[in-house]
Design a protein around this ligand. Sequence first.
Ligand code: RIB
Length: 314
Amino acid sequence: MDNRLLVVGSANMDMLLRCGRIPSAGETVLSYDSYGYAPGGKGANAACAAKKLGADVVFCTRIGKDTNGSKLYSLYESIGIDMRCVYTDKVEQTGLAVVLVEKNGTNRIIVYPGANTKISDRDIEDAFLSYPDAVMTQFEIGEDAVVYTARAANENNVPLIVDAGPARADYPIGKLGRIEIFSPNESETNILTGIQPGSVEDCLRASSALCSKGDIKYVVLKLGDRGAFIYDGKYFDIVPSYFVNAVDTTAAGDAFTAALATEYIRNGKDIFKACKYANAVGALTVTKPGAYTSLPDAEEVKRFIEKNTVADTE
Ligand code: RIB
């Protein structure tokens, strides 16, 4: 069974603050809820999610030589992530994210990337010596590192899965070569294509616009509680999600894409089945607060799928 996933991505410490509403410019809003620090970062969330779902995960990242860095290092080590490419940068601080969560569970995030910007070509080359079955990356590290990862994946004939967060309108998707799965959420789709993926027609238009930007086998739009929209350049499919009570959407997209990648490689590259599994993981993730703290393990996902019926039929 193909099960080794290389994640080249960011590691952050998240500072979580719940608020009744987000302040407007010049305004101060008091939050009487508690605040806290928790492990996060789009790359780390994906690496930890995949590990908890049973993948053999090699994580390539950089953290700082500071307290947050040591906390993150110990956590990754304790859950069994392959640490050979988790580097401690001597100059830059560990990435930090301020995560504001509103009452309805939606979030707004500001990231100081710090050491995440220092992932080097050499770091990535070394990571490929682990002979991964698939490689996953996101846009929260330097663009050069993403391009280098993609080039290495293409040269080594390893499927590349790209989570398009955080998106930038002019991101050079064409430079990434062959992409097996490209997965943005709704706002990332809008930023990358100028099309809000509301109706089925708009999802199709947006997916097709994404395909025209690069060499993409599958576009998978993450549509939150509406599920996932799959497009292969010719046909589309919609995989409905599960009904859950969302308390915090932080890391749900990271966990979804990690689950998608994990299930895709271990189950014969069936994109539909992989999306169904990823929907369950994304749904479970929004039922708990925080990033790492909200990630389900393989057993929880199995029980959830057995108990729950999806919102719609196939
Ligand atoms: O996707 C959620 C993540 O985005 C948070 O954990 C935060 O660190 C930012 O990277």
